[in-house]
Design a protein around this ligand. Structure first.
Ligand SMILES: Nc1ncnc2c1ncn2[C@@H]1O[C@H](COP(=O)(O)OP(=O)(O)OP(=O)(O)O)[C@@H](O)[C@H]1O
Ligand SMILES: [Mg+2]
Length: 299
């Protein structure tokens, strides 16, 4: 584990206070660097405020947070797709491998090696599995890389090879998620952005997706994994951030976040001795934090 940073804004946990070095790692360059990012939709919706995130070349970063916290917005900002949702960056910058991404069109971002799998398993339902994969390969840098990506996807997802001729819309939810990830891998990304890949899947399938994400990472692709399933995400990731109403509330190595009382109580349903105690602690924390309410994540 190469990560050195630990940061947290809420008081009273064993994690350190967020300092100016948030997200900095030592000894190597981050492949993705997000600095002071603020995003709005239209004039009034502030979806992200002053967000700092870094992902090292061989890292998996988990982005946790409740509904509306800004997780998808962060991925949209990185993949250059905010405009499609009437969103815009109002401050900060995003760079990948030292180059600015934040003014580029989505297709150019893909050519830089950053590929997103958006929320909701968006496969081309009427096209075959094979055609879906071929469509993903259109972004490949060369015919050789397309062939090696095809082999990689076959190995990672044997089920997709078995169903090559079948219409994608007929696949199960888990298989469609695999196809969506496989299609993204066809362009041989250096950074894969996954938005809630476990959503709506049975536990066994969640486990399979988790192992596949780890394998993709072991093969040398950095991953940003947005998840509401904190248990799964913290097992897969090296590093994690918690978004809370558009701001980074917690960040640190995944093992440390998984062990922190705040994350245990709010995301993993553990540690507190009784529900009454948990409720009391939460009320106290809420009062302490003023406007920021964590309660909607409890459970
Ligand atoms: N296209 C849009 N137009 C206006 N507001 C939007 C738009 N997309 C998102 N928002 C708002 O921006 C905020 C962040 O939304 P976002 O979708 O990034 O959250 P999220 O963490 O991905 O939530 P979820 O877990 O429900 O997917 C929310 O308040 C949401 O209502
Ligand atoms: Mg989302």
């Amino acid at each position: 584990m190469r990560h050195t940073m630990v940061g947290v804004r809420s008081a009273g946990t064993e994690l350190e206070a967020k300092g100016p070095d948030l997200g900095r790692t030592t000894g190597y360059a981050a492949v993705l660097s997000v600095r002071g990012l603020s995003v709005r939709y239209g004039r009034s919706v502030r979806a992200l405020e002053d967000v700092d995130v870094e992902v090292p070349e061989d890292g998996v970063l988990a982005v946790l947070g409740g509904n509306g916290a800004g997780k998808s917005t962060l991925l949209r900002a990185v993949s250059g797709t905010l405009k499609l949702h009437r969103g815009a960056i109002t401050a900060g910058e995003i760079s990948f491998d030292g180059e600015r991404l934040d003014r580029l069109d989505p297709a150019v971002v893909v050519r830089h090696g950053v590929v997103a799998v958006p929320e909701g398993r968006q496969v081309f339902a009427r096209m075959s599995v094979e055609e879906n994969l071929r469509a993903g390969g259109l972004g490949a840098r060369s015919a050789a890389s397309r062939t090696s990506s095809r082999d990689r996807v076959r190995e990672l997802f044997p089920v997709l090879a078995e169903r090559a001729g079948q219409r994608a819309g007929l696949l199960s939810g888990g298989e469609q998620q695999m196809l969506a990830i496989g299609r993204a891998l066809m362009s041989d990304p250096r950074l894969l952005l996954l938005d809630e890949p476990s959503l709506g899947l049975a536990p066994q399938m969640v486990g399979r997706i988790a192992r596949i994400i780890r394998e993709i990472h072991d093969q040398g692709t950095a991953v940003v994994l947005v998840e509401q399933n904190a248990t799964m995400a913290l097992q897969v990731a090296d590093h994690a951030v918690v978004l809370e109403v558009g701001r980074i509330a917690l960040s640190g190595p995944a093992v440390e976040l998984a062990a922190s009382d705040d994350v245990q109580r709010l995301y993993l349903g553990g540690h507190a001795e009784s529900q009454a105690q948990a409720d009391a602690e939460e009320a106290q924390a809420r009062a302490h934090r003023g406007r920021r309410t964590l309660s909607r994540w409890a459970g």
